[in-house]
Design a binder for this molecule. Sequence first.
Ligand code: SAM
Length: 250
Amino acid sequence: ENRRVSFEVHREIYVEPREKEDEQIVAEIMRRRFFPAVITHKAWEGFHFAGHEIRITEATDCYGAVVWPSALVLCYFLETHSKQYNFVDKNVIEIGAGTGLVSIVASLLGARVTATDLPELLGNLQHNVLQNTKLKCKHQPCAKELSWGIDLEKNFPRTSCHFDYIMAADVVYHHPFLDELLLTFDHLCKNDTVILWAMKFRLDKENQFVGRFQALFDLEVIFNFPSLNITLYKAMRKNQMKVRHSKLAV
Ligand SMILES: C[S@@+](CC[C@H](N)C(=O)[O-])C[C@H]1O[C@@H](n2cnc3c(N)ncnc32)[C@H](O)[C@@H]1O
């Protein structure tokens, strides 16, 4: 009986702060989004990150059209951990960038960014990236086509492309390119590359991608928001996380 009581107490102490953390941080993240006060002929949404007001024009394509909550989670992480991670002058590639918010925030934090997506999304992506970073960033970001699994070596040769970070928000959902997505992570990721990946959990079939991903990469949970079904992972090529940590410890 005593043990049960102490377990319950422990559970109360342990569970409550995590729930609070979820509610409070999620509320804080969602407060970064705002909408136009008047209706304009072009639909846009606004965000406050990295000390800037960012305006994102929506597109017509269904998935790349809007900013998804996973992108906000990743942007919040970038902003609140910019000292620890120091993105200044780092080479960053974002895959499935959509409307470009994550790439914009990484650029505003000083990174050298390549925002990528399918060809049909590039026009709007380029527009958003340019409009929000011009004369505000150390390095002007660029938008480039990257269709997962296609022409990877031709467009991103392993010998000349080195990325410090690969960023991805909500790239796993009901689409037929999960093999190609894994291939893309594998192609772009060197031993010292850090992957920051915000995963929205939906259906079992797609959620199993995490297991497949773990065959190649070590995963660490950075944020977990059960209320959004979103987990933010840090990943590195298998065993490299340990190497990096032991190097830091020396
Ligand atoms: C759910 S949206 C997320 C967009 C953005 N990262 C965000 O969180 O707001 C998924 C993105 O993946 C892109 N995508 C889907 N299939 C792709 C493929 N085969 N190759 C490259 N990008 C793809 C879509 O165009 C879209 O921009």
